[in-house]
Ligand binder design. Structure first.
Ligand code: PLP
Length: 453
């Protein structure tokens, strides 16, 4: 067999198949099929090695908030790396970029959040939370408070800590998870699990599950509750409006810290700077990543509320935790440039009052299609629940998942990247999506539904 031509799709696929292990993939099956090779991105579009263009309906992996190919971010990263390519923030050192970024984040964070601990991404941020919260309770004289309450079907990353807090069974089945000290409770997924209850009653019931878990473990042993304001990877699960305020009340009454995992919802995705603000809750810690750099550089972190910061810092003593890339100069430059674009173009307000409502009205109209049971969207994050029977909110039984995957593959062919979770289709486009692009996107989804039905 002759070798594939250099710089061709076949060449890259062959190298990939021979040498690359893909995340969250069946590598054997993927190699048989051949990976899609993406070579370029601009605005809300990505382009493959054959020149085909796709609307990036997932912002990559919920990342590209300000759209692809933003020269100002690229220039900021390049300028920073020329000036100071790398230095760490351990051992009594800092650098201008990390100090500026921590201050810029405090400016947009909810009131009472002055400080940020930086990581390379979301999973590290979640792991930081586990250690930080347990350390906090020990530092304030309550070392027995160590248990975390999390939710089934939550996604909090792939590290041992993050995947343990997450409630994904297939992840727990690999690698001996979860780690001890974690209790999983119900998710506020009305469409899938609400039975005959109204969404409002189900939201309260799901919140009471948190109370029951804390009370069973003993509030004196429970450190924190962690949740995504809207579960992203679990299927864009938007909780009923009753859920989060009740969770907040339950945690306050029991002196349990509330952690809002905003790796997806943070930095504008819901039309507020943070998803907790959309849900009307005041957490103690906020994790973030992805959108903060619009995906251009790996950077995440934990925004620490004043109460926890005071407990951690107030009495002195070292927090034995950190990453080589905590506050990487390139990542900080990328985040500062991203935030500048968000401010200059008023993108969070655009998601809230302009393109968000525009897309939402067209998206929710897709619920008229016989295959769609529910079409939900907040800001620019949404899902379509595909169902064989709307009235019963039925699933595709034994074939669960396959209809979603079929629809997702048709969508790729039609030139739109969506993600499938079970029998649902997921969407989270860049905040820069134009009305015309939103129309194109919805027209493609209509064709996908017709072809799947
Ligand atoms: N937390 C949430 C809510 C996420 O959605 C993700 C990733 O999608 C993570 C944590 C993990 O982030 P990362 O993949 O950057 O480690």
């Amino acid at each position: 067999m002759s070798a594939p031509i250099a710089n061709s799709t076949a060449h890259w696929r062959a190298l990939d198949a021979a040498h690359h292990i893909h995340p969250f993939s069946d590598t054997k099956a993927l190699n048989a099929e051949g990976a899609r090779v993406i070579t370029r991105a601009e605005g809300v579009h990505i382009f493959d090695s054959e020149g085909k263009s796709y609307i990036d309906g997932m912002s990559g992996l919920w990342c590209s908030a300000v759209g692809h190919g933003r020269g100002a971010i690229v220039d900021a990263i390049a300028d920073q790396l020329r000036q100071l390519d790398y230095y760490n923030t351990f051992f009594k050192t800092t650098h201008p970029g990390v100090a500026e970024l921590a201050a810029a984040i405090a400016q947009v964070a909810p009131p009472g959040f002055q400080r940020t601990f930086f990581t390379s991404g979301g999973s590290e941020a979640v792991d930081t939370v586990i250690r930080m919260v347990r350390h906090y309770w020990a530092a304030v004289g309550k070392p027995s408070k160590h248990i975390f309450i999390a939710r089934r079907n939550a996604y909090h990353g792939s590290t041992m800590g993050g995947a343990s807090l997450g409630g994904m069974k297939p992840m727990h089945a690999q690698g001996g998870l979860p780690i001890p000290g974690i209790i999983h409770v119900a998710q506020p997924y009305w469409w899938g699990e609400g039975g005959d209850m109204s969404p409002e009653d189900f939201g309260l019931w799901a919140a009471q599950e948190v109370a029951r878990a804390i009370d069973a473990a003993g509030p004196e042993n429970v450190a924190a509750f962690i949740g995504e304001p809207i579960q992203g990877a679990g299927g864009v699960i938007i909780p009923p409006a009753t859920y989060w305020p009740e969770v907040q009340k339950i945690c306050r009454e029991r002196d349990v810290l509330l952690v809002s995992d905003e790796v997806i919802c943070g930095f504008g995705r819901t039309g507020e700077w943070f998803g907790c603000q959309y849900m009307g809750v005041e957490p103690d810690l906020i994790t973030f990543a992805k959108g903060v750099t619009s995906g251009t550089f790996p950077l995440g972190g934990v925004i620490v509320g004043d109460r926890v910061a005071e407990g951690l810092i107030g009495q002195g003593g070292e927090f034995h935790h950190g990453y080589t890339y905590s506050g990487h100069p390139g990542g900080c430059a990328a985040a500062l440039a991203t935030l500048k674009i968000m401010h200059e173009e008023d993108l969070v307000a655009r998601v809230k009052s302009d393109i968000g409502p525009y897309l939402q009205s067209r998206w929710t109209a897709l619920a008229e299609h016989p295959l769609v049971g529910e079409a939900r969207m907040v800001g620019l994050i949404g899902a379509l629940e595909l169902t064989p029977d709307k009235a019963r909110r039925a699933r595709f039984a034994a074939e669960e998942g396959t209809v979603g995957l079929i629809a997702r593959d048709i969508s790729f062919r039609e030139g739109l990247v969506m993600r499938a979770v079970r029998d649902s289709l997921i969407l989270a486009p860049p905040f820069t999506l134009s009305e015309g692009e939103a129309d194109d996107l919805v027209a493609i989804v209509g064709r996908v539904l017709d072809a799947t039905w």
